[in-house]
Design a protein around this ligand. Structure first.
Ligand SMILES: C=C1C[C@]23C[C@@]1(O)CC[C@H]2[C@@]12CC[C@H](O)[C@@](C)(C(=O)O1)[C@H]2[C@@H]3C(=O)O
Ligand SMILES: O=C(O)CCC(=O)C(=O)O
Ligand SMILES: [Fe+2]
Length: 354
């Protein structure tokens, strides 16, 4: 058994008994944003994996590292200083606790809204040393990543042969778009070293799908991200600090009527290197009605999901545990399913009763 230095019960919570996959998963689809066939490659990847690596995206490495360094400056402060920062509600600084429903991970993070009006006073208190430099780095990064995100969403619409090119991107470019930026730091955990190849792993961020439309992730060169493949096995994604990994979120699965997979993913901590990731979560305005697009549904019977607003879905998601299947709430077939002649009470019904 792995003996963690502090031996706290808390640490035990983060251990899972899977063996580390021996190899990196090298079959992750790679899409060159400037390639003439990018739209076809994106659609294929989103159907098969729900994730792809994006290269030639045009965002300068310097912009990424500037924000990364600002975040590291923040994380390197003494814990007592960080603990005085805004607790995540949901925005702010958090450590080990993810969300408010009991999920824990070997991670500390900043969760920030991308809406500049909301960024201002409260969040800026987090960055005591030089708030303006942090703010500037963040705003420039968000502007660049949002542009890439919209380009990708337009290629998705084209690839799916939906007449309206901006059917997805308009939801993110809308000034009321409810998007956010998360910066996660997974500290190295040397205590894992002894049994690194066969022993249990340390969960940095437990398995989940992202509730929004799309997520654009950039990390340093430390591995840890894994996706769940269609056969249920976990595959380790090779890190690349110059590229983005783009993954499908729940709302995009709904809008594409299940053609795109909102991919289940998780992060494992490393014994020797800390991982720093920055994820842009593209969400629509809160009042936006989300439903399968008509052009992707041949008749009403084939529509897999009922209509929802992002507000409704977000509220439900934030009441759920990380690994819950939140989409079952809006899955027409799952809600009142009968198994062996008995009506199953779905997770959503349990939720509304609680
Ligand atoms: C346990 C939770 C954390 C989370 C809100 C939730 O109740 C379920 C979804 C979680 C998630 C996953 C993707 C993003 O990291 C996130 C910001 C989001 O929108 O949904 C987190 C939420 C969070 O950390 O507050
Ligand atoms: O930190 C990472 O690499 C991924 C984290 C993640 O999936 C999330 O914050 O939703
Ligand atoms: Fe995620």
């Amino acid at each position: 058994m792995v003996v963690l230095s502090h031996q706290s019960t808390l640490n035990q919570l983060f251990l899972i008994k899977t063996c580390k996959p021996p190899h990196m998963f090298m079959e992750v689809p790679e899409v060159d944003l400037t390639h003439s066939q990018a739209k076809t490659m994106i659609v294929k990847a989103c159907q098969e994996f729900g994730l792809f690596k994006l290269v030639n995206h045009g965002v300068p490495l310097e912009l990424m590292t500037r924000l990364e360094n600002q975040a590291l400056n923040f994380f390197m402060q003494p814990q007592s200083v960080k603990d005085k920062a805004t607790p995540p509600d949901p925005y702010g600084y958090g450590s080990k606790r993810i969300g408010t429903n009991g999920d824990m991970g070997w991670v500390e993070y900043l969760l920030l809204t991308t809406n500049p009006d909301v960024i201002s006073p409260k969040t800026l208190l987090l960055f005591q040393q030089n708030p303006q430099i942090f703010r500037c780095a963040m705003e420039e990064y968000i502007r660049a990543v949002k542009k890439v995100c919209c380009e990708v969403l337009e290629l998705m619409a084209e690839g799916l042969e939906i007449g309206t090119r901006n059917v997805f991107s308009r939801l993110i470019s809308d000034e009321r778009s409810d998007s956010c930026l998360r910066v996660n730091r997974y500290p190295a955990c040397p205590e894992l070293n002894a049994e690194a190849l066969s022993g249990p792993n340390l969960i940095g961020f437990g398995e989940h799908t992202d509730p929004q439309i799309i997520s654009v992730l950039r990390s340093n060169n430390t591995s840890g991200l894994q996706i769940c493949l269609q056969d249920g096995t976990w595959a380790s994604i090779p890190p690349d600090h110059t590229s983005f990994y783009v993954n499908v979120g729940d709302l995009l699965q709904v809008m594409t009527n299940g053609r795109f997979r909102s991919v289940k993913h998780r992060v494992l901590a490393d014994s020797s290197m800390s991982r720093l990731s920055m994820i842009y979560f593209g969400g629509p305005p809160l009042n936006e009605k989300i439903a399968p697009l008509h052009s992707l549904v041949s008749n009403e019977e084939e529509s897999l999901y009922r209509e929802l607003t992002w507000r409704e879905y977000k509220n439900a998601a934030y009441k759920s545990r990380l690994s819950d299947n939140r989409l079952s709430l809006f899955d027409k077939s799952a809600n009142h399913s009968e198994v062996n002649g008995e009506t199953q009470i779905s997770w959503s019904e349990q939720l509304s009763k609680s």
